[in-house]
Write a protein that binds this ligand. Sequence first.
Ligand code: GUN
Ligand code: ZN
Length: 438
Amino acid sequence: MTSTLIRGRLLSFHREPQSIDDNAAYAYESDGALLIEDGVIRAAGPYATVKTAAPQDVSEIDHRPHLIMPGFIDTHLHFPQMQVMASYAADLLEWLNTYTFPEECRFVETAHAERIAVRFFDEMVRHGTTTAAAYCSVHKTSADAFFAESLKRGMCMVAGKVMMDRNAPQGLLDTPEMSYDETRAVIADWHGKGRNHVAITPRFAITSTPEQMEVAKSLVREFPNLHVQTHLSENRDEISYTCELYPQAKDYTDVYARYGLLGPKSLFGHCIHLSEREADAMSETGSVAVFCPTSNLFLGSGLFPLRALTRREKPVRVSVASDIGGGTSYSMLKTLDEAYKILQLQGERLNPFDSFYLMTRGNAEALALVDRIGTLQPGSDADLVVLDMAATPAMALRAEVVNSLADELFLLQTMGDDRAVVETYVAGKPSKSVLRAA
Ligand code: GUN
Ligand code: ZN
């Protein structure tokens, strides 16, 4: 068994912070260490204590003065959209039809899917993201390429073959029967292999017929422990088109409710324009509203009402995500920077502890994976990010006057990106430095 001691400043959350002064919400060690064995954190605490308990022959990696945190978690993105990022469009539906659907058609080719999968995981590691909930394309080949690469790298990933059988180019359509058979095949081939989790993934109500939604319902019944992911209430035109397509439903959320898709492992991308009734339905079922700040700004979709959702009598669970390629950065630091600005525009605050909680433990809780990822708790998988607040000349200058942990985190979030990520550990293995060396 190999043991490694990783030394640096440690930060990990116990729970959601109630305010910027809520220092009981997190554990911070100014000279801390993690003892890693077999990809798992065995001990965490002050360096002197952890070192004393470690085996004599332990190898040591010293990251001082950098900050070590649980690896970042991204709860919504599209792996086949790496080459869609930065596409000029008026709004969601134009962007989907003009760029996104044609691009996703290319993932029928195994070689293309495999090439992009390698690049996708490289970007995740470069940006310190160790877990993501990903949409593949409609083609099983894309899910196979995604999960094979994830398995190879030992990463904890949630992903699904997208189900879509209308309102898209022919090359991007399955049928209700195909979506059932192929989702089952993806589950059989990949769920529980390594750290892979398969999600049932009807793209959104516009691209699924009622017959396909019935299939999604059957799959959720058959596999009640799997994640479900889809899109909800992102854009006004999307909402009205959905209501035309499903006239019996009370509203957009009710379309999914009618097919049994709401629940504590269900992730709904966007949720910007929910009514009170819809928010109640989300809350009552424990469903998660996924905030995608860079995407919402880029596509002009709207301002996510974070506080209105979380501070209501029936609170809605929330998480944060990049939504690549509607989103404009792989970086969860940049994602939270934009989240901060969206709250500013609504007269609300997002303090730096809120942000770093969300990127780590908060997103792990949203994925129901907090027993494995999102903290530095002994027993957790050793997925880590090492952050340097002085990574660029401009950051170093600003870092000279940093006088608190909150200040450091806010600097990292506001000015940081992949350059602030010194190292990414995946199940205890240094993975970013390996990319650099390649
Ligand atoms: N709604 C349905 N598909 C998509 C997608 O790929 N991106 C975004 N942002 N919204 C969607
Ligand atoms: Zn999306």
